[in-house]
Design a protein around this ligand. Sequence first.
Ligand SMILES: *[C@@H]1O[C@H](CO)[C@@H](O)[C@H](O)[C@H]1NC(C)=O
Ligand SMILES: *[C@@H]1O[C@H](CO)[C@@H](O)[C@H](O)[C@H]1NC(C)=O
Ligand SMILES: *[C@@H]1O[C@H](CO)[C@@H](O)[C@H](O)[C@H]1NC(C)=O
Length: 366
Amino acid sequence: MSNLSHFVNVNVAALATDASYFAKLPATNIVEPAISLLAYHDDFYRVMGRDAKARKVWDLPWAAFHEAGLYNKRDNSLYITSNFQSLEDNINITVVSLDSDDYPVRSTQFPLLAEANGGTNYYPPGAKRNQTPPMQLYCDEGDFERPSQLLAVDPNTNKSTPVLTNFLGRNFSSINDVRQHPVTGDLWFTDADYGYFQHFRPEPSQPKQVYRFEPDTGVIQVVADGFVQPNGLEFSPDLKTLYVSDTGSQQFKTVATGPSSIYAFDVVGDGKRLANRRTFAWADKGFPDGVHCDTEGNVWASCGDGVHIWDKQGKLLGKIFVGEMSNNLAFAPGKVFVFSNARLWVVEGIKAQGREVCQDFGVGCN
Ligand SMILES: *[C@@H]1O[C@H](CO)[C@@H](O)[C@H](O)[C@H]1NC(C)=O
Ligand SMILES: *[C@@H]1O[C@H](CO)[C@@H](O)[C@H](O)[C@H]1NC(C)=O
Ligand SMILES: *[C@@H]1O[C@H](CO)[C@@H](O)[C@H](O)[C@H]1NC(C)=O
């Protein structure tokens, strides 16, 4: 239980005329990664709650905490995908138990899952919606032998079922992240080139696009293109907006002039199409990878120094600063976990609640 942290104010008016202001703060001027709650705006206290406490949970010898972060009710655990290491040691699922506040971990694998990345809790067609989703859905980036796919997994029986393995006969590059629309049940996902950049997929031959798939009918459509590397995606709590991040500033190497941005779209046409693309936010550090909304519509994204939190107008309210790259985060009741590869962090006692928490955890909030 080390690194108990409190809030640190960032004076954005001072920062406006002093580019070195941020690096000089005691909270950020650190040698080893460490967590603090940086308030760029007063609303950050309201969103987090003044009792929020942050600490490091795990520091492991491999990149155990990378993406996904899917809840399974039966074992009261979060399932987090590790980062790619080698084709001989494929991506693990790190299972973090929420039974005690030392959050014990173990690693597992699922059948048919080559290289897992993002994911979402999943109601297959016909599943009852008044309970925790019965399945997990992983974006499998594929490898040199196996195509990229959306794979449904029941972690309690260790059974896997492919849900989508191609676009009308064409392979995907490496499916990155996915959300299920809570009303239509459609799967919205991004396809990017990270399997190729991480040297486990062939050279891509597809444009970088966002797709919508109907698991009950098989209908699939492209809903947006024009991305350098589309990555995280998330619905606003009123389901009127879809946020999609573009991490095009990270390819084989950093491309500083590439996008590190989140775009917003209106969800139109009975929840089936997108319109009115606009820039929502640009990250000052790294690139916004995994994106999640809270129930008030604030947008949380994992970036180069931790999680950045914007209000729905795109104003930066604050950061859960960890001093190193974070790729995703996961809300749980009263807390949020931050993934930074070898390390797992938690902020407990928070007021904000994830958009999907009530559904996923079956905690029956209104
Ligand atoms: C999988 O987990 C084991 C520990 O359980 C670890 O040694 C190994 O490096 C992990 N591999 C990946 C790719 O995360
Ligand atoms: C689940 O299946 C995977 C892959 O076949 C296997 O490696 C793993 O040991 C299985 N887990 C359990 C709990 O049976
Ligand atoms: C799709 O991927 C599979 C598995 O990697 C491969 O066998 C097949 O040739 C690919 N299809 C196309 C059209 O590239």
